[in-house]
Write a protein that binds this ligand. Structure first.
Ligand SMILES: Nc1ncnc2c1ncn2[C@@H]1O[C@H](COP(=O)(O)OP(=O)(O)O)[C@@H](O)[C@H]1O
Ligand SMILES: [Mg+2]
Length: 318
């Protein structure tokens, strides 16, 4: 049984323009200990996918359909009490901007301690707080416990966020653009830390990023999302080296590589469509270099083109 299995998930938000389907028939799974990277341009639905795993998008007004099985149990059918139990203990989150996520008036040690008290009260001790700070690579943790967030650099703040997320020993860590707010060097350090933690702790990771160029070091599998749908999903080496979907190819061509300085990269022409009125047929067709007239007529299905490698494009032969 996979740790997480999302089956045909649809999410509709209530907006000023009426109901908008922001996730459309999304299916993916994550095995225990596996790292899945979810990639796509801004506005494709990555964060809403992440938040859905612990049902953090309030519904109502939002409306879910499909299944989200965490350790075999359907998150969409859970009581508020069951949801509180899985949040933190089973799935824990790290977000893009640690400066905004940390409480500015509490010492970092206190913030880690609160998470311990909530989810592992038997381990709520200063020793455990220091162990966690050490685990995420914070130097001189005995002194850092008494620091306030403003006394730490952006990279160190993100390490503290990781320590808070890890305090509950989650089976799944969801990191939503965890390095986007950081400079390139620190970005590489945080990714290296994630990779080390994955091996050390054996937890599964869902790493979300708009940059296909940074996932090679950490991903076991890669899922590519466009306009609320998965368009390609497969083993990381296959998707990164031989992408099949025209969107993944375009992402690859425009992705800044980790550590590359000032590469001149043109963005993909055009923009992600509004999900209030997605294009008919293939949603990427209006921006696609190989689009044919019938691409705008029928919605392509996600097909297993190579073993374990799924592609939503009938004209993307390997
Ligand atoms: N509260 C909201 N109301 C209406 N639309 C929203 C809301 N939140 C997000 N969206 C829309 O849902 C889409 C996906 O958003 P999101 O998951 O944040 O994308 P990503 O994380 O890939 O950048 C976007 O087009 C965004 O405009
Ligand atoms: Mg996002």
């Amino acid at each position: 049984m996979p740790l997480l299995e999302i089956k045909n998930l649809t999410l509709e938000l209530a907006t000023a323009d009426g109901r908008v389907r922001v996730l459309d028939g999304l299916s993916l799974s994550i095995a225990r200990g596996e790292t899945l990277c979810l990639v796509g341009e801004s506005g494709c639905g990555k964060s809403l996918t992440a938040l859905s795993i612990a049902r953090l998008v309030p519904s109502p007004p939002a409306r879910y359909a499909g299944q989200i099985l965490l350790e075999g149990q359907d998150v969409l059918a859970m009581s508020p009490r069951e949801l509180r139990r899985i949040r933190g203990r089973v799935v824990s989150y790290v977000f893009q901007d640690p400066g905004a996520a940390l409480n500015p008036v509490l010492k970092v040690g206190t913030q880690i301690m609160e998470m311990l008290k909530l989810h592992r009260p038997e381990k709520a001790s200063e020793t455990e707080v220091i162990r966690l700070l050490k685990l995420v690579g914070i130097p001189a943790p005995e002194q850092r416990v008494d620091n306030y967030p403003f006394q730490l650099s952006g990279g160190m703040q993100q390490r503290v966020m990781l320590a808070i997320a890890l305090a509950a020993e989650p089976a799944l860590l969801v990191a939503d653009e965890p390095t986007t707010a950081l400079d390139v060097t620190v970005q590489a350090q945080i990714l290296e830390l994630l990779r080390a933690l994955k091996h050390q702790l054996g937890m599964a990771i869902l790493l979300i990023t708009h940059n296909l160029g940074i996932v090679g070091e950490v991903a076991d599998r890669v899922a590519v999302m466009y306009a609320g749908q998965i368009v390609e999903l497969g083993p990381a080496p296959a998707v990164l080296q031989n992408p099949l979907h025209p969107y993944t190819k375009a992402l690859k061509a425009t992705a800044p590589q980790l550590g590359a300085t000032r590469a001149r990269l043109e963005p993909i022409p055009g923009a992600v469509p509004s999900l209030a009125a997605p294009p008919p047929g293939c949603r990427f067709a209006p921006r696609c270099k190989i689009a044919r007239p019938d691409c705008s007529e029928k919605v392509p299905e996600l097909i297993e083109t190579l073993p374990g490698h799924w592609v939503r494009c009938p004209y993307s032969a390997p």
